[in-house]
Design a protein. Structure first.
Length: 324
């Protein structure tokens, strides 16, 4: 989450007139994240009840045509008792709005806090909840292709290779080499469905070791379930010094497999999927690093973090190396 579009009190009050959620009593920008503008909103209704929400203004990579898909997905999960935000409709039953000339939505606020460095039991909870989410989405009828898979990586590489070595010596060669390998070896015909595709620790809310919220579905798409696990292994199973935490990965995969059984083919594919997930976030971070948004209240994330992860995955012989 982040703040790119600034909303003043007058504009907010006018926007909320189309809702029946009360008048604003607190409104504050949320600086974390990189994709959309987000604000914490607290309102007071006619019964003097206070309620909390998140106001999101969609920026950058968000395709307006995809937004109904994301909102419908969140509603689908919330209706199936997955701790997902619920989009709030206006008095006419519409959740998707326009604010400051951009698409916007109010969603319910979920309690809990995100953690920078998850422990092993939080990784176990992630594994179980990820599998439950995949199963809950098995009857979600809408389909959105993953535009940040192989084809999207080639597009991002074309936009970043010229200046990649200014960030890290030899990075352009590493990217080109990895793209060739993944194009030749990317798995096919693995179990697939709707996935989150961006489930970093800041997109999970905890109370203790219990997950109370899964948020930020704006990269969700149809892809391999095991790719979602690979994204999580990259973002949850390394420490601050980029050392891989085998116990974290083992608990994550074990608890996922307990809830939704992983096939032998999915297990075997994890090293390649982890390499792909590492390259995906390396490329998007590299693009943002080279193309900062002027005036944004957020600092782009360092792409070098994912260089370290990618190099580690290239050293892996098979999935057993992750889970020792």
């Amino acid at each position: 989450m982040a703040v790119y579009t600034h909303i003043d009190e007058q504009l907010l009050s006018s926007f909320l007139e189309q809702y029946s959620i009360g008048t604003p009593v607190s409104f504050k920008g949320i600086a974390e994240g990189v994709e959309n503008s987000n604000y914490f909103l607290e309102t007071q209704n006619k019964n003097n009840e206070f309620n909390r929400y998140i106001l999101t203004i969609y920026e950058k990579r968000a395709n307006p045509e995809d937004l109904p898909y994301f909102l419908n997905l969140m509603e689908h999960l919330a209706e199936r008792s997955i701790p997902s935000p619920l989009p709030i409709s206006d008095v006419n039953g519409e959740a998707l709005q326009t604010l400051s000339g951009k698409p916007a939505c109010i969603i319910s606020f979920l309690s809990g806090v995100s953690v920078d460095f998850p422990n092993t039991e939080q990784c176990a909870a992630l594994g179980a909840n990820l599998a439950q989410m995949h199963e809950a989405l098995s009857d979600f009828a809408e389909v959105r292709p993953n535009d940040l898979s192989l084809y999207g990586w080639h597009e991002l590489a074309e936009k970043t290779l010229e200046n990649a070595d200014s960030v890290y010596t030899g990075l352009s060669e590493l990217i080109e080499d990895e793209l060739k390998f993944l194009t030749d070896h990317w798995p096919k015909n693995l179990p697939s469905g709707t996935i989150h595709a961006d489930l970093f620790p800041d997109n999970i809310l905890f109370t203790g070791n219990k997950i109370t919220g899964i948020i930020d579905f704006y990269f969700s798409c149809h892809d391999m379930f095991a790719y979602d696990i690979a994204v999580c292994m990259n973002s949850w199973c390394f420490d601050a010094d980029h050392k891989f935490l085998h116990t974290h990965a083992k608990r994550l995969v074990e608890m996922y497999d307990t809830t939704r059984s992983l096939s032998a083919q999915e297990m075997d594919a994890l090293p390649i999927l982890c390499r792909g997930a590492a390259l995906r976030f390396l490329l998007t971070r590299l693009y943002d690093w080279l193309n900062p948004v002027e005036g944004a209240v957020v600092r782009p994330k360092d792409p070098k973090d994912y260089i370290e992860r990618l190099l580690f995955h290239r050293s892996i012989r098979d999935t057993a190396d992750y889970l020792v």
